[in-house]
Design a protein around this ligand. Structure first.
Ligand SMILES: Cc1ncc(COP(=O)(O)O)c(C=O)c1O
Length: 369
């Protein structure tokens, strides 16, 4: 079996996690929490990193930190994970859905501009599958309308837009550190920000808003979204390998691009703009003349021991979400998100892949009909 993804864990992760366990620092205090936060912030050149329990919580914390409140609207892509809509709903705000650009698969300033109105408080940009969104026009739009920008960088750790690391350009960067991410803590996430107030609010929200003078006189409605020192120990070790992981992903992306050059069954995800695309996952889309849909194609590969995963089903098509959408979004068309869901999937993307593995995958892709 060639797995679709697997974490790359080594002796160092075991060494640091053993230290956390043997010293008894297994909850959310301990030296690895601080080490992880400091090093993640330093790597990105940003003032604050707040480690927390997962990437879904990170989005909610980011929205809370920038001050999104009930009744606000938040613009998000339709072609993404449910976590974004859930985070917006948890703040009491209304998600507004923008379709993806057909080349970059990301939200665009033009798409967001059509949804912006006097209730809009923020935009969450997702850098999909490692391809950075076109941030400059989005930041200009946000400035013109007084909107906060959250960059969901779960899929683009290590990717750069015009030389700037993803997650450092908006008001807050939000990250998942789930096992399939470029670096992982098992479950986990974090936010990055240069804003002292946002960081302070985030730290309090993830820790039940304990009172500052009287601990059990809570000063807000917060939750327990804390990361453990054991997770942070794994993350601290993973950070030592971050450049290596990014370099491997790029190298494997190059192998796929080369091997797929003469393949007429699928298109490989494009790299769009002045970006360094880290290729978190290697995504392909079936060409129009292929009769199989994504599910049938994935089954064909699965029968040959090749792991795949389909792309996101758009949020506009998620039944539990429909009652929470405005009428205009329920009625809108999302042709790019629909196409990517019907025709796209990602192929094995672990950093441990060999060139032979890539050739095996591409040979199977060439057989699709
Ligand atoms: C873009 C994006 N945002 C948020 C999340 C949620 O992260 P988590 O699974 O850590 O809650 C994911 C998960 O893959 C993701 O891809």
């Amino acid at each position: 079996m060639i797995p679709v993804s697997e974490p790359h864990l080594a002796e160092r992760e075991l060494e640091l996690v053993s230290e956390a366990v043997s010293t008894g620092w297994i909850s959310s205090a301990g030296k690895f929490i601080n080490a992880f936060q400091d090093r993640f912030a330093d790597y990105h050149g940003v003032g604050h990193c707040v480690a927390l329990s997962n990437g879904t919580a990170a989005l909610e914390v980011a929205l809370h930190a920038v001050g999104v409140k009930p009744g606000d609207e938040v613009i998000i892509p339709s072609f993404t994970i449910m976590s974004l809509a859930l985070a917006v709903l948890r703040t009491g705000a209304v998600p507004r859905l923008a379709d993806a650009h057909p080349d970059s698969w990301n939200i665009t300033a033009e798409g967001a501009a059509k949804l912006a109105n006097d209730k809009t408080a923020a935009i969450i940009v997702v850098h999909g599958f490692g391809q950075p969104a076109d941030m400059d026009p989005i930041l200009e739009l946000a400035q013109a309308h007084g909107l906060k920008v959250i960059e969901d960088t779960a899929q683009a750790i290590g990717s750069r837009y015009k030389g700037r690391l993803c997650g450092t350009m908006g008001d807050v960067g939000s990250f998942s550190l789930y096992a399939n991410k470029l670096i992982t803590t098992g479950e986990g996430g974090c936010i990055l920000t240069d804003n002292d107030d946002y960081a302070a609010r985030a730290r309090r929200y993830i820790n039940l808003y304990f009172g500052l003078t009287e601990r059990f006189a809570h000063e807000g409605l917060g939750y327990n979204f804390r990361m453990t020192n054991m997770q942070a120990a794994i993350g601290t070790a993973q950070l030592e390998q971050i450049e290596h992981m990014a370099a491997r992903k790029r190298e494997i992306g190059g192998w796929y691009a080369e091997a797929l050059a003469d393949c007429d069954t699928v298109d490989f995800q494009k790299t769009v703009g002045d970006v360094d695309h880290v290729y978190w996952m290697y995504c392909v889309v079936l060409r129009d003349h292929i009769q199989m849909d994504a599910m049938a194609a994935m089954k064909h590969l699965g029968d040959q021991g090749i792991g795949t995963r389909n792309l996101f089903k758009g949020l506009h098509a998620q039944d539990p979400l429909l009652p929470h959408l405005v009428q205009a979004d329920r009625e809108a068309a999302f042709p790019v998100a629909e196409h990517l869901y019907a025709r796209g999937f990602y192929v094995p993307s672990a950093v441990t892949l060999t060139r032979e593995d890539v050739q095996t995958v591409v040979n199977a892709l060439k057989e699709l009909r």
